[in-house]
Every structure is written in C-alpha cells, then in structure tokens.
Write a protein that binds this ligand. Structure first.
Ligand SMILES: NC(=O)c1ccc[n+]([C@@H]2O[C@H](COP(=O)([O-])OP(=O)(O)OC[C@H]3O[C@@H](n4cnc5c(N)ncnc54)[C@H](O)[C@@H]3O)[C@@H](O)[C@H]2O)c1
Length: 337
C-alpha cells in the first residue's frame, strides 16, 4: 500500500523503457502501489505484453522531443522514472556513437522535456558498471568510479547530467546503481536476453553444452568471480521506495546516488551449484581463460539505500534462479527435465 503521508493520487509517473525486463517489473510494482503511470517505449528490446492491462503505452523513442512534450502534456506527467537504455557492454565497445546517442542524448532529451514541463521528480537507472574494476571488499557509493566500457561511461556521465539538471532546475533526483539483476516476478516478465550469467548458463545447459567459467584462478575462495546478484522484484520495490521519497520532497532538494545490491557476494561456482539443483541439469562448468576486464569481486554495500529509503532486498539466489528458470521454460518448452 502507498504511504499515506506521501501518496499524491494526482501524480502520473512517466516510465521510459517500461516494456523492458526491469521496466516491466517497475510498472507492475508502481501499479500495485497505487501509482498512476504512463509508459514510453520504442519496443526495440521491450515487449508490450509485459505491461499490466490498461497501462497507457506511448510507442516511440526517448530521442523524440516532440513526442515527449506531447506525452508530458497529455498525461499530466509530474515525475519520471528513466529506465530506457541500451545495455550490452560488448556492443557499446563496437558502437560507441549509438550508445552515447541512445543513453546520453536520450537522457538529455527526457531531462529537457521534463524541466520544460515543470516536472520536479526524476529517477535514473544507473549501473554498477560505473565502478569498473573496484579493488575493495564492499563497493560504497563513494568508491571511485572508473567505467571500463562506453556503456558504463554513459551511465556515469548520465548521473552527472541528472545531478546538474536537478540543481539547475529544482528537480529532486535519485540515481540507482543496479548490481547483477536476475529472476522474475512471473514467468511472463522474465528477461528475454542472454547477456547475463543465469540465462547464459540456461542456454548452454539446454543446448547440451557445459556452462563456461571464465577463469578459476581468481583470488577468491573457490577461484571464480564473485558478484552481488539481486532479484528484479527487489529492484522494483526499491523504485517504489524512491518514488515515495521523491514525492515527499516538493522542494526539489533530494539528490541521491544509491547502490541496489544485497551486500552479499556469490561466486560463479556457487551460482552453478544452485542452477544444477534447481534445473536438474548437470551444471558442471568448463573452465576457460579469464575474460579481459572481469574484476575478481564486485559486491555492493547496501547501507546507504537502507538508511535513505528504508529499503532492503528480500529475495535470495535460489528464488532468483528458480523464477528465471520458470521464465526460460515458458519460452523454451522443451527445456525442463
Ligand atoms: N539488466 C541488468 O542486469 C541491468 C544492470 C544494471 C543496469 N541496468 C539498466 O536498467 C535499465 C533497464 O534494463 P533492462 O535489463 O530492463 O533492459 P531491456 O533491454 O529489457 O529494457 C530496456 C527498455 O528500454 C526500451 N528502449 C531502449 N531504447 C529506447 C529508446 N531510445 N526510446 C524508448 N525506449 C527505449 C527498450 O525497448 C526496452 O523496453 C537500463 O537502463 C539498463 O542500463 C540493467
């Protein structure tokens, strides 16, 4: 239920990228919290079927200023969750112009339209990719940022732009740095891409191939890389908490950058063990050489988001993998053993 002290039924939130994997979960969570939303998505990687019935969808690009102006006006938008972006690290190395245009110019266009429409609340989807190869046990928001790809650069520069626009135009802002997102609230909302560890392993297993482990000689207890995996439903609930915070600040004074992680490291080998148990496949990994640019350990400190938003993650790794597997089986009917 929405917090009665901050809930304003007159507000409509524009969710860009709301037909995507994370955006779709955010739309559902916002609707369940009683928030009014409109989605703007060009469906380049999204799917309109992810949207709950009755959700208004404006089909088009965040680079289309006239469309944004119309959407702000027609739907009386008073807050923005800017989730839309291109997110493939490797592709961003090959196509930096495309990534800077879509992610940074796209963000600037949305911010300009928001400022022009008098919007005072703005949330930006950032990423742990801003940190690059952090050499620390727990990554805090003040750990130095040194992105390793054009994708990560667009997220870091995006945070700067959001902060500067917030200061100049009296807009309250929150940037959320997602760590390794996995799982699904329902099979229909699951990730359709195969760019993250869990779907990559499912793809290998169901093709009869051993999952690859990129390096087993890292300075970690089992030699494989350690990451902070977070359930997408927890990501969505963090957005609802951020929206409450933004709604409660009519003065435009909030300017937050927050990690969203569980604060708990899980190794690739541990993930494979759980995947084997959940799917019934033999998930014994095949060790291949390290990939360049893969840090040994990236684990979030989740202290600041707990302090600022009163939010903590609720779901564990087994739930992430079991729910992702349900989604995979829905789209690959022959997969289940
Ligand atoms: N999935 C992850 O592990 C992860 C981790 C860190 C950060 N992020 C960030 O989270 C956000 C959402 O990622 P996702 O995993 O849901 O990806 P996704 O590809 O499933 O969703 C992106 C959505 O944005 C839409 N979109 C892309 N370009 C657009 C444009 N120019 N105009 C309008 N809509 C556009 C797509 O159609 C899609 O619906 C992105 O900003 C991404 O960088 C994701």
């Amino acid at each position: 239920m929405p917090n009665p002290t901050s809930y304003d039924p007159g507000m409509t939130w524009l969710i860009t990228g709301g037909a995507g994997y994370i955006g779709g979960h955010v739309v559902h969570a916002m609707r369940e919290a009683g928030r009014q939303v409109v989605v703007l998505d060009d469906l380049s990687t999204g799917d309109a079927a992810r949207l709950p019935e009755g959700t208004p969808l404006v089909r088009g690009s965040v680079l289309d200023r006239a469309l944004l102006d119309r959407t702000f006006r027609d739907h009386q938008v008073t807050g923005v969750l800017h989730v839309a972006a291109k997110k493939q690290v490797g592709e961003s190395v090959e196509q930096p112009f495309h990534y800077y245009r879509e992610n940074l110019q796209g963000l600037q266009t949305v911010l300009e339209a928001a400022a022009g429409a008098g919007v005072r609340r703005f949330l930006f989807s950032s990423s742990a990719a801003v940190y690059g190869m952090p050499d620390t046990e727990l990554v805090t928001e003040s750990t130095p940022c040194d992105p390793m790809s054009p994708y990560g650069e667009t997220k870091l520069a995006g945070e700067w732009l959001v902060r500067a626009a917030g200061r100049a135009h009296g807009i309250s802002t929150v940037a959320l740095r997602y760590f390794n997102v996995a799982g699904a609230a329902t099979p229909e909302l699951s990730d359709t891409g195969v760019f993250n560890l869990v779907p990559m392993v499912f793809e290998r297993l169901t093709a009869g191939e051993a999952p690859r482990i990129f390096g087993a000689d890292y300075p970690t207890p089992d030699g494989t890389c350690i990451r902070d995996y977070i359930h997408v439903s927890d990501i969505a609930s963090a957005h609802v908490a951020a929206v409450e915070r933004l709604t409660a600040d009519p003065e435009g004074e909030t300017s937050l950058v927050l990690n969203i992680g569980r604060g708990e490291g899980v190794s690739v080998q541990e993930m494979l063990d759980v995947i084997g148990r959940v799917t019934g496949y033999d998930a014994t990994g095949e060790v291949t050489p390290r990939r360049p640019g893969d840090p040994a350990r990236v684990v979030a400190s989740a202290d600041l988001i707990r302090k600022e938003l009163g939010w903590t993650a609720r779901h564990g790794v087994t739930e992430m993998i079991a729910s992702a597997w349900e989604g995979w089986c829905l789209r690959h009917p022959g997969a289940r053993r």
